[in-house]
Design a protein around this ligand. Structure first.
Ligand SMILES: Nc1nc2c(ncn2[C@@H]2O[C@H](COP(=O)(O)OP(=O)(O)O)[C@@H](O)[C@H]2O)c(=O)[nH]1
Ligand SMILES: [Mg+2]
Length: 301
């Protein structure tokens, strides 16, 4: 459903920063003013960026598969991520859309030189806000499928086909890449235990089994990205999973391999901060989705 902004239809305009998740450098902690969304469901800065983006890439033929990447100060790795993305997956052409927000390095330039379509948002709001804009841009260009990956190189381009295939076959609306069905090079015990604990919690809350609630590599139908409410400025992975599961979308998982970052370090703070904010998003999303009447949970016809 290209162009649809479901969050404007199914929920009131909110301050996405109200949930408090995010990295310290983002004013999004208290909700960056630029994140406030109007009646159309998009923040003013997003509407400006969408208009600029459409104008800039008007002459570029669209692709049915959009690989959407949120990038913040990832000049050291984003180029390789863009270049590694295959030009075709499952027989369908791909394009990479990188959403940079408020980076102080040359992330946008590097991504563009590597061949990506780039939205360079002037304020830093967080990964969730950037992905939300990326989904909108992908739908506006007519993408049928969206793959997300990170700009730090932690997810492999070789695994993209696996998160796309069930969508193309019409067997799923959401293919969650799972490091637990595959493997991870991350030796941080707290993070790995967190993945197991939150997976169990989300499975229990939603009644749908998931094994990796914090994966950055996933495949989504473009329709799903416009049919779920996405308010979180930073920690979107659990919000997306819970909203999709409780909205009746078909979710499957595919094994993927998580590797070390190409460069730099996490933007999401230490494990305690990460765990606390992640928990808040899980609970807030579950409460929100429970309250919403079933008929408004998706805008699928
Ligand atoms: N646009 C944007 N991207 C972000 C922001 N914070 C993190 N990211 C990107 O989101 C992805 C995952 O972030 P990262 O810090 O590696 O999180 P982790 O892998 O969960 O530790 C990377 O591509 C980051 O560049 C942000 O504030 N804005
Ligand atoms: Mg990372």
């Amino acid at each position: 459903m290209p162009g649809a902004e479901a969050s404007s239809r199914v929920g009131p305009a909110r301050d996405p920063g109200a949930s408090g998740a995010g990295q310290q450098s983002a004013q999004a902690r208290g909700g960056h003013p630029a994140s406030r969304r109007g009646a159309l469901g998009l923040a003013e800065v997003d509407r400006d960026q969408a208009a600029l983006f459409a104008k800039k890439y008007r002459g570029r033929p669209p692709a049915p598969v959009a690989v959407v990447v949120a990038a913040y100060n990832e000049a050291g790795s984003v180029g390789r991520v863009v270049e590694d993305t295959p030009g075709e997956l499952g027989g369908l052409a791909t394009e990479v859309i990188v959403v940079v927000d408020g980076s102080s390095d040359s992330t946008a330039l590097v991504a563009e030189e590597a061949g990506a379509l780039v939205a360079d948002v002037p304020v830093n709001r967080g990964q969730g806000a950037a992905l939300r804009l990326g989904y909108h841009l992908a739908r506006e260009r007519g993408a049928r499928f969206v793959i997300t990956t990170d700009a730090d190189g932690q997810w492999r381009a070789e695994d993209m086909e696996r998160v796309l295939a069930p969508l193309v076959a019409g067997e799923a609306d959401f293919v969650n890449g799972s490091r637990r069905l595959g493997s991870t090079a991350n030796t941080d015990v707290a993070r790995n235990v967190g993945v197991v604990v939150f997976a169990k919690l989300i499975s229990w809350l939603t009644g749908k089994r998931v094994t990796d609630p914090a994966s950055g590599l996933r495949g989504l139908t473009a329709e799903l990205t416009g049919g779920v409410v996405l308010d979180q400025p930073q920690y979107q992975s659990s919000e997306l999973l819970i909203s999709a599961a409780m909205g009746g979308y078909r979710i499957v998982e595919a094994p993927i391999y998580m590797q070390a970052r190409h460069s730099g370090k996490t933007k999401k703070g230490g494990n305690l901060v990460y765990g606390w904010r992640f928990s808040r998003v899980v609970v807030a999303t579950w409460l929100r989705e429970r309250r919403r009447p079933r008929s408004t949970k998706t805008n699928r016809s």
